[in-house]
Design a protein. Structure first.
Lengths: 703, 464
């Protein structure tokens, strides 16, 4: 790309002034301004001071029922139950609100709701992406760690260390290593004929860019091919950052859940013996050794025998760690490695065995017998993780993995505070510590801004993914800094920040539009009111399941596959209660996500996503109107209210309203719905009515 | 979009609530037509997508010189730098066994595998100098359809619907029809990427509902569906009055459009008004052309109904082995329907405003994939040069643009990168490809990434 000289001058000028850029100056702790009203929480004092300056009044508090539904959807992603609502409405104590906040922050569903936001950033998915889009049976183990970490309010600095470099922590625990699964959510291309180095580099690039976006709010990826055009990040800076992640490889570990290990260990000796017996009975060890000789030959001297070259290429792309295991002497392979290679060999033996011999040895039955045997062994969960190594890193000219430029050492961008590596070559752990040091101007600001964004529909800095020169400046820089300082000084407690925001009067305002603001602040930049926010795909599903009583509230575990129309691959339908798990547990196959997720803007996990879209489409309408899952919810909601003993139209309708909208039907609404209900065939009338409620804009909106 | 809606609301504020709702139902969707940057020559696009990589050497790019090298490796001096997926540069060359003849006034050279297409030579612009960066399917398809080799960017169809909206009141702006094993990158090829989800390609499904969740639930008769919608609408309108949130108007409009889609889709699929001779031309109700013929015919019907971008995919053309047999099979499936589509559009006066493109993500090598006794020969992926054809929508007819070297290894004249192709397609629709952008993750993205130039030679009017 050519850049005109005039622009170069401008760019240089902007780089020179980089140190003055609002997001790069250290976070100080501003004094909350004095506002006219006394006794206001600090958050409100910042917001009110600005409004008073503009001569704009803030909005009145929303009705209490609206508030509880808002709080519940925001903190745990589920609507309040009628009982929770009633208890709050009756509670006349001055600290009623605080007790609701505490209740919801302590709910184990809090980790699910806010975990899902973090999964958007972590580009989580249950499959590889690309053509084969192979299922990742162990990806959920990272999600499990995440939900648990948020629920126990693991301080954000530690939360960062564990995900970025848990494997490098002194005496790293199993959980700390599992946290590095954050880096394993990259795509994997297993297409035949690819250059494995190219896709390894792609993955390192993805890890670098993701950390840049998620922690620094910087588009570091722009410096992959050339110096950043707008921000003070040189291409050299980029590859120094890249070097941290280049010093690592993918790894895998046993990650048993509580209760799994005992039965497994007990059953294993018998299992091992039986497995050996089956393999030996079919001559597998001898044939596999023969096959390995041929494969090693192809690895060492490619180009001699094309068949073997292909077989080796297949191994490299199709078999997890295949090449590494092959090159490990048989005697030093781990149990898991030996099992992987033998299983692979059994499926790919064609190169060494003639058809006749194959039939004679009954090879086909070996794999079946092993599968049957495997089913008898109590499983142990596993986890994809990262492990450190040293690798020489070069700047890649124009981002091309084949064009190596100067050698670089791991390091952080020159325009940011220096990294203090205790000695020698800096590691991912040093990087993580640097990210959460008190001097880092970005991490805390970026994190609290995203939290604000989820509560108000826009961040204090609207472009939550870009705190660089091309991003928008914050509307309330002092409040952003105050929250960032509070965050760090509270010991990086996320729940503390949540509490600060939801305890504010600003948060509790009505979300109704105001004629006086239409011209002055159409985008609600000043937060003189709350904002109506369409629920996420997951929250829409969860709300419908909760209202109907179908919801299965278990926390965590492997992904589930509720029914969906059409025969999608990798979609063995879950049975029983598993079908009614929360949306965040629905298996995400990157190339074929569950339709509701696609229709309501959930991400596919292709890259870190800082804010979801909230589109409004006819396919969404069809989804809520006609998807058998929502019809089932409507039918069950109708059935539920009947079995609860509501017979007369009015009370039964009110019960449905409470379950769906946390309020009662207004008289005109009752009249309209009654006249609708009367025209419907009696067998369908209540299901139809329930479906009407599940389709309301209000139902899929956090008011 | 938002602006449109606000403008409209201001303009319509004198109407009563019901009238307002009615008007909104027709006017305020994300698909509302929008003007492009300059006058367009094409109004809609049909992309006959042939994923897998059809062999240009056996279809459009005759290389008689290869006969001299048949069965032997090509000189290493010309092959050493090739990016190849599976074979080595010293693989044996294979001349095409196909007969090429010249067709029409223009004398375009087309393989005997495509007799129907060949008859329309004077309506086509054959593009021989295409090249791409990717030598694997997923990255190749994504580069062609989204401008980037990594998944996650908006597809061409999404960009076009985002830029132009849709002329259809009752159907989505971007529709996908797929037969055969389907493209390898799957739904990434028609993703809305970071654009609002309204712009994603809507797959028309072969089994069950043609559009997902289009049918009323079991037991809901049409009048019950209407009653349900009316009840929803009544309460939504009340909520709109209470909250003053214009987004609820858009929600109401979406439900109305959904309802109209429920009515319009069956009408779209009902072929009873199509004469038998036309069905025969498309090869509908006959094998092996039925499915692809049906899809081509539906594409025409969608163009008539204002759908903006239709992807009609058939494949795979990934003939590493047995290319003789497989290529013949794919050609028999697609040749007649594709030609019928061009003729039909032309006969209806729609070809001038409809851009039709036929092609895949890359071509195939002049060398063979390994020779084995038990299976036939095939060709490897070839990104350095390949062919497509284009027709209608302001594209020059009866032209062959671009030239490759005599061995079919490199494009040597009028080289056109897939980003150039994209820039050209956007140009026919009236867009400066550098200005059709969307702000995401802190930067303005566009279909052509950071490259691409529209190719004047492909355009009837050239580059104004």
């Amino acid at each position: 790309m050519s850049i005109r000289p005039g622009i170069v001058v401008l760019l240089l000028a902007s780089a020179v002034h980089a140190a003055d850029h609002w997001s790069l100056v250290p976070v100080r702790r501003p004094q909350p301004p004095k506002a006219n009203a006394t006794g206001l929480p600090e958050v409100d004092r910042f917001i009110r001071a600005r409004l008073e300056k503009e001569g704009i009044a803030s909005s009145p508090e929303a009705p209490r029922a609206v508030l509880l539904r808002r709080l519940s959807l925001d903190l745990i992603g589920l609507p309040p139950t009628p009982a929770e609502l009633a208890s709050f409405l009756e509670d006349q104590q001055p600290d009623a609100w605080q007790r609701q906040v505490n209740r919801l922050l302590a709910s184990p569903h809090y980790g699910e709701k806010w975990g899902r936001h973090w999964l958007d950033l972590a580009r989580y998915a249950d499959s590889d992406g690309f053509r084969s889009d192979r299922f990742r049976p162990h990806a959920w183990r990272y999600r499990q760690w995440l939900i648990d970490a948020l629920n126990r309010d693991l301080p954000f600095d530690q939360f960062t260390l564990e995900q970025i470099a848990g494997d490098l922590l002194p005496n790293a625990t199993r959980d700390q290593r599992i946290a590095t699964g954050f880096h394993r959510n990259t795509l994997t291309n297993r297409e035949g004929g690819i250059d494995p180095e190219q896709f390894r580099v792609e993955q390192v690039i993805d890890r670098t860019n993701t950390v840049g976006t998620v922690w620094l709010g910087l588009t570091v990826g722009c410096a992959q091919c050339h110096d950043h055009k707008y921000d003070p990040i040189s291409q050299r800076d980029y590859y120094r950052l890249f070097a941290f992640f280049n010093d690592a490889d993918e790894d895998h570990m046993d990650a048993p859940m509580p209760g799994e290990l005992g039965p497994h260990l007990q059953a294993r000796p018998a299992y091992d013996a039986k497995r050996r017996e089956i393999l030996e009975a079919h001559g597998v060890p001898r044939l596999q050794a023969e096959w390995e000789v041929g494969m090693i030959e192809a690895a060492v001297h490619p180009g001699k025998r094309l068949d073997w070259d292909h077989a080796f290429d297949d191994l490299r792309t199709d078999c997890e760690d295949g090449e590494k295991i092959l090159r490990t002497p048989a005697a030093t392979r781990t149990r898991r490695q030996a099992r992987i290679l033998t299983d692979y060999f059994l499926g790919n033996y064609a190169r060494v065995i003639s058809k006749e011999r194959k039939a004679e040895l009954k090879f086909d039955t070996v794999a079946r017998q092993l599968r049957e045997l495997d089913a008898t062994l109590p499983p142990v969960s596993e986890a994809p993780v990262l492990r450190a190594l040293d690798r020489k890193t070069h700047l890649l000219i124009r981002g091309d993995f084949k064009q190596l430029g100067e050698a670089v050492e791991p390091g952080t961008p020159a325009a940011l505070p220096p990294l203090d590596a205790a000695g020698g070559r800096a590691t991912r752990l040093d990087l993580a510590r640097w990210l959460v040091s008190r001097e880092n101007p970005l991490t805390a600001r970026v994190a609290v801004n995203r939290i604000w964004q989820e509560y108000f529909g826009r961040g204090l800095a609207r472009t939550s993914e870009n705190f660089g020169n091309q991003g928008e400046r914050p509307t309330h820089p002092e409040l952003l800094d105050w929250l960032a300082a509070e965050f760090m000084e509270s010991g990086w407690s996320l729940k503390h920040v949540h509490r600060l925001v939801v305890s504010s009067a600003t948060y509790r305002q009505s979300s109704h539009s105001r004629a006086d603001l239409a011209g002055r602040d159409p985008e609600n930049k000043l937060f003189a009111r709350q904002t109506r926010l369409r629920l996420t795909a997951e929250a829409i599903r969860d709300s419908a399941l909760a209202a109907s009583g179908l919801l299965s509230p278990e926390i965590g575990g492997p992904s589930v596959r509720p029914p969906q129309p059409g025969g999608e691959k990798n979609w063995k339908e879950s049975t029983g209660r598993e079908r009614y798990r929360r949306g965040m547990y629905i298996q995400l196959n990157r190339t074929a996500p569950y339709p509701l997720m696609v229709n309501f803007d959930a991400p596919n996990g292709y890259g870190a996503l800082c804010r979801r879209g909230r589109s409004n489409t006819p396919l969404q309408a069809l989804n809520l109107l006609n998807d058998p899952a929502f019809v089932e919810a409507a039918r069950t909601l109708a059935w539920r209210t009947e079995t609860e003993g509501y017979r007369d139209f009015g009370p039964r309708l009110d019960r449905m309203f409470e379950l769906c909208l946390a309020r009662l039907a207004a008289p005109d609404e009752r009249d309209w719905l009654q006249s609708y209900w009367k025209t419907q065939p009696p067998a369908m009338a209540w299901t139809g009515l329930a479906s009407v409620l599940l389709n309301l804009d209000e139902f899929i909106t956090r008011e | 979009m938002l602006l449109n809606r606000r403008h409209f609301l201001r303009a319509a504020s004198g109407f009563g609530a019901l009238a307002l709702g009615d008007l909104l139902a027709t006017e305020s969707t994300p698909f509302s037509p929008k003007p492009p940057h300059f006058p367009a020559t094409a109004r809609s696009v049909i992309f006959l997508f042939m994923p897998g990589g059809p062999s240009q050497i056996d279809l459009f790019d005759h290389k008689p010189e290869l006969r001299k090298w048949h069965g032997r490796p090509l000189p290493i001096s010309v092959t050493k730098d090739l990016k190849l997926a599976f074979i080595k540069p010293n693989a044996n060359a294979v001349a095409s066994p196909r007969t090429f003849t010249r067709h029409g006034q223009s004398g375009a050279e087309i393989s005997g595998l495509l007799p129907y297409t060949a008859r329309l030579a004077d309506d086509l612009c054959i593009v021989r100098g295409l090249h791409t960066d990717a030598f694997n399917h997923d990255p190749g398809e994504l580069l062609l359809m989204t401008g980037s080799m990594q998944p996650g960017r908006p597809s061409m169809g999404a960009w076009v619907s985002y830029g132009l909206g849709s002329e259809s009141r009752n159907l989505p702006g971007f529709v996908v029809l797929s037969s055969g094993s389907g493209p390898s990158a799957g739904s990434n090829d028609w993703s809305n990427g970071f654009l609002p989800s309204a712009f994603q390609g809507t797959p028309l499904r072969g089994t069950g509902d043609p559009i997902l969740y289009l049918s009323n639930p079991d037991g809901f008769k049409p009048e019950m569906q209407r009653a349900r919608l009316d009840a929803i609408r009544r309460l939504n309108e009340k909520r709109r009055r209470e909250t003053g949130d214009v987004e609820i108007d858009a929600r109401i409009a979406s439900y109305e459009l959904a309802f109209r889609m429920q009515m319009a889709a069956p009408e779209l699929l009902d072929l009873s008004s199509e004469p038998k001779h036309l069905l025969d031309q498309y090869g509908v109700h006959r094998e092996p052309t039925h499915q692809y013929g049906l899809h081509c015919l539906l594409a025409r019907r969608m163009v008539e109904r204002g759908v903006r971008f239709i992807m009609v995919s058939h494949g795979s053309w990934d003939d590493h082995n047995d290319i003789d047999k497989n290529l013949e099979k794919n050609c028999r499936v697609t040749d007649q329907p594709a030609a019928a589509l061009i003729a039909d559009l032309k006969q209806r006066g729609l070809l001038d405003s409809t851009l039709v493109i036929w092609g895949g993500e890359f071509g195939r090598t002049p060398m063979t994939q390994q020779q084995r006794s038990d299976i036939g020969y095939g060709r490897d992926h070839h990104p350095n040069c390949y062919s497509m054809w284009m027709a209608g929508g302001g594209i020059r007819a009866g032209e062959t643009v671009g030239k490759t070297d005599e061995l079919g290894l490199e494009a040597v004249e009028d080289r056109i990168h897939v980003h150039d192709l994209q820039a050209t397609i956007l140009h026919t629709l009236g867009f400066d490809h550098t200005r059709l952008t969307y702000l995401n993750s802190g930067r303005n993205f566009r279909l052509t990434d950071v490259a691409g130039q529209p190719v004047g030679k492909l355009l009837k009017k050239g580059l104004a």
